[in-house]
Design a protein around this ligand. Structure first.
Ligand code: ADP
Length: 190
């Protein structure tokens, strides 16, 4: 089993790189953002609740997010490993993930954090917004809010896993294949 957290600010390329890692290592990609968008697309009660936060660039409450993540992991036990993308985004979520994995005699192997400058993030998200159909990608104020939430609530998760030496900072600027090479070097060393 290889269990990875793909980490970094919104728009840092986590989804793009997760797809490449899945191809090479055959891991299950679990993106909480994608799970919320699926629920929103189907107008489920969970989707409707999540929507009110996502559209403001705020985090969906941990109680909702952790339950959804747990269901997804529990429903897919026979995999080569997991790539968690967009989760954990709070210390509380990190503790919940560790507990969930520990119950299965598993643990997070590495947290790989993509480092991208703020200016580049805003540029990438606005560009993505032209085709993504995501309301949270089209408004500079909402994007800034997401960046602020990342700095305040999410970045402590890097330090949390750094205490056990699991956090790695990866240069996230440059060519997609070049960035993948940097991530791959860390994953192949597990
Ligand atoms: P990005 O990485 O570009 O911000 P995501 O698809 O990961 O996009 O997330 C979109 C939105 O979904 C977030 O801004 C947040 O509102 C919500 N969300 C996703 N994952 C979580 C999480 N782990 N906890 C709380 N909210 C989340």
């Amino acid at each position: 089993m290889i269990n990875l957290i793909l980490f970094g600010p919104p728009g840092s390329g986590k989804g793009t790189q997760a797809a490449k890692l899945v191809e090479k290592y055959n891991l299950l990609h679990i993106s909480t953002g994608d799970l919320f968008r699926y629920e929103m697309g189907n107008n489920t009660p969970l989707g409707l609740e999540a929507k009110s936060y996502i559209e403001k660039g705020q985090l969906v409450p941990d109680s909702v997010t952790i339950g959804m993540l747990k269901n997804k992991v529990d429903a897919n036990p026979d995999v080569a490993g997991y790539i968690f993308d967009g989760f954990p985004r709070t210390i509380n979520q990190a503790e919940a993930l560790d507990n969930l994995l520990a119950e299965k005699d598993l643990a997070v192997d590495k947290l790989l954090s993509l480092k991208v400058e703020d200016e580049e993030i805003v540029k990438r998200i606005l560009h993505r917004g032209k085709t993504s159909g995501r309301a949270d990608d089209n408004d500079a104020e909402i994007i800034q809010n997401r960046i602020n939430v990342y700095k305040q609530e999410t970045s402590p998760v890097f330090d949390y896993y750094n205490k056990s030496g699991k956090s790695m900072l990866i240069e996230g600027m440059g060519d997609i294949d070049e960035i993948f090479g940097r991530l791959d070097a860390e994953v192949s060393a597990i």
